[in-house]
Ligand binder design. Structure first.
Ligand SMILES: NC(=O)c1ccc[n+]([C@@H]2O[C@H](COP(=O)([O-])OP(=O)(O)OC[C@H]3O[C@@H](n4cnc5c(N)ncnc54)[C@H](OP(=O)(O)O)[C@@H]3O)[C@@H](O)[C@H]2O)c1
Length: 301
């Protein structure tokens, strides 16, 4: 697959790391509920090898997926890693035996998390580490992240982390973190139906910082919309391809990491980078979030 089919390139600011805008998110490679081994371990390896063979050079992961499982599958599938592959991981959570997601944000937790990632990925240094703030089920929650950013900056000075990003954060937390260290990317929940971060995306674009939406396809509840289906039908594409193409169109600093455990879905998703969205189609797709917001405010009245 040649470069334009993967959405063009993006260089993380102040780094030598350049990736195709169409990447891959590895969370779906763990077992059900992001817990334990996958139902089809060979299939998981096949997805990663297919992605790398297609030119994907940006993979998102976390050692708390599984836990450990996703990183171990990435290592099995791709180590020794091809030149230019950028693996982005996250710190800030741990899984308990009841499968719950709990904060892991003390200096020791963060340091241990870096070593877990290094060991399970088979690396000497991590390209990019996002500090993932826990927030609430509704999204990010205000509150200082200065202590955690200071710890990450220290781990960076020790050479264990090359660059730092953020996840599940507010605009104020981005500003707070930037006073402590350089931030190269922000990974928040954003898609056609959830556009709470519109202003943040534009602000990060002005600064050349990557915005990496998680749940680009709706995550655990995949996007469903009659407008999306109708646009997809007219373009001869699938709704998921249109949802991804819309994100690529939304802003040049958006990098995609759609997750899938299926080679067929991976191929379908990568092809989204070749989909052209005519302007009237973009306006139609923009109406999805506006309509969702007005329905939600009607419910609250
Ligand atoms: N920072 C954070 O807090 C955070 C949170 C969540 C996720 N993430 C990262 O973001 C990545 C993306 O998010 P996500 O994987 O949760 O959600 P997503 O990419 O929005 O959607 C994944 C879901 O869509 C399905 N899917 C994928 N391609 C499809 C297609 N072409 N047709 C139909 N269904 C399709 C997948 O099922 P199949 O496996 O059957 O394809 C899976 O159920 C994750 O992999 C992870 O790396 C980060």
């Amino acid at each position: 697959m040649n470069e334009p089919t993967l959405g063009g390139r993006f260089t993380f600011p102040g780094t030598s790391l350049t990736v195709h805008r169409m990447g891959y998110g590895a969370m779906q490679l763990a077992g059900p509920g992001v817990w334990g081994p996958p139902r089809d371990p060979d299939g998981a390896v096949a997805v990663l090898r297919e992605a790398a063979a297609a030119g994907v050079n940006h993979i998102d992961t976390a050692d708390f997926y599984g836990p450990h499982v996703t990183n171990q599958i990435i290592r099995k599938a791709l180590h020794p890693y091809p030149a230019g592959l950028v693996i982005v991981t996250k710190l800030g959570a741990r899984r308990l035996p009841d499968q719950s997601w709990q904060p892991a944000i003390s200096p020791q937790d963060l340091t241990d998390g870096v070593h877990d990632n290094l060991r399970n990925l088979g690396l000497d240094a991590l390209d990019i580490v996002n500090y993932r703030a826990m927030g609430s089920i509704h999204g990010p929650k205000e509150g200082s992240i200065a202590e955690q950013m200071t710890v990450l900056a220290g781990l960076r000075r020790r050479g264990l982390i090359r660059h730092i990003g953020l996840s599940n954060v507010t605009a104020a937390q981005v500003v707070e973190a930037q006073a402590i260290t350089e931030i190269v990317c922000v990974q928040n929940n954003y898609n056609l139906a959830n556009r709470a971060d519109d202003a943040l995306i534009d602000d990060l674009a002005r600064q050349g910082i990557a915005y990496v939406p998680f749940f680009p396809l709706g995550g655990f509840t995949p996007l469903q919309s009659s407008t999306l289906s109708s646009v997809a039908g007219r373009l001869g594409a699938t709704p998921m391809q249109v949802a991804l193409a819309w994100l690529l169109h939304r802003s040049p600093n958006i990098l995609l990491i759609p997750g899938t455990s299926s080679v067929a879905h991976l191929r379908e998703n990568l092809k989204a980078a070749t989909l052209e969205l005519p302007p009237h189609t973009v306006a139609e797709l923009d109406s999805i979030a506006a309509n969702a917001a007005s329905r939600s405010s009607e419910r609250q009245r």
